[in-house]
Ligand binder design. Sequence first.
Ligand SMILES: *Cc1c(COP(=O)(O)O)cnc(C)c1O
Length: 364
Amino acid sequence: MHIPFVDLHAQYLSIQAEIDRAIRQVLEGGQFIGGRWLEEFSEAFARLHGVRHCIPVANGTDALYISLKMLGIGPGDEVITPALSWISSASCISQCGATPVFADCEPGYYTLDPARLEALITPRTRALIPVHLYGQPADMDPILEIARRHQLLVLEDCAQAHLSRYKGQLCGTMGHAAAFSFYPTKNLGALGDAGCILTNDAALAEKCRLFANMGGVKTHQIEGINSRMDTLQAAILLTKLPHLPRWTESRIRLSQRYSELLAGSGLQLPPVREGCTHTYHLYVVRSRQRDALKAYLESKGIGTALHYPSLLPLLPAYAHLRHTPEEYPVAAGYQQDLLSLPLYPELTKQEIVYIAETIIEFLT
Ligand SMILES: *Cc1c(COP(=O)(O)O)cnc(C)c1O
């Protein structure tokens, strides 16, 4: 059996006629920047979250950078972000001229540890970036409480958390702003790069809109960048959006099946925070024999991936900050053990059974 780590073609085939129709409509409409598709997608995505403003941008990395910069973060400021995440959760801070301050993981979870947060706060700290990593919400109640107490801004990184819920509340609705990615493999993926910002703050929304579109196309009130979402991607995302709840349920169901089959196998299975909805952008397990297990699965036709092979502060890009693994005892302990198993809505139960059996075969 051959099971890739992700299969984007399977999703296209499942809604081929709808996607083809949307693409054709854009081609026939002859407008490739701006237009009704962008408005319709932004409105639909904002409405889904019960948030007033959605600003479509070119990708999730820009969504983080633009919101942080328009929140006023700049040189001299410090922003706290998790040590375990995708680099965009940190690069957005340096791109604003500010300094990223890395926080360790909550033991047992992979999200920012609120218990270690306050020790990192200095008079220069201006903002926090909780990342709802792998689809699991960060522990927002204590994080928001700390932010309130220290008057810090909160930017949620929702790139892996479409429809995830923290105690009933959708991720992306709890901070001052939220950044989403629609990179093709994300739970809601475009056919190329795309992203958006959500906020209830009208003034912030207007600033982000201007900055992402060259400071205002005709007026150039400020100096901005070109970070627009393509019309084509907006049409594709609007077409895919109604399928997102079903795809999310499928990810949850398949993950539960993995967890049932792998219980007692010796692998550390992904925890689900009490009262929360984990939407499994990734199904990540931990094993002391991670590299050998990965190679064995590969030899049996099963694709896996590492998220992430290095903590952010230990990447070459941050060597100048001179961080050491000892500063992040929890995350550093997980680093060599993390393995992401295949997961996408079209994966079958039989394939999950085959993967689980192959893992158990290796471990026993
Ligand atoms: C994917 C991702 C991003 C960046 O999104 P792009 O659209 O690829 O730029 C940011 N943060 C996290 C946690 C991500 O997984």
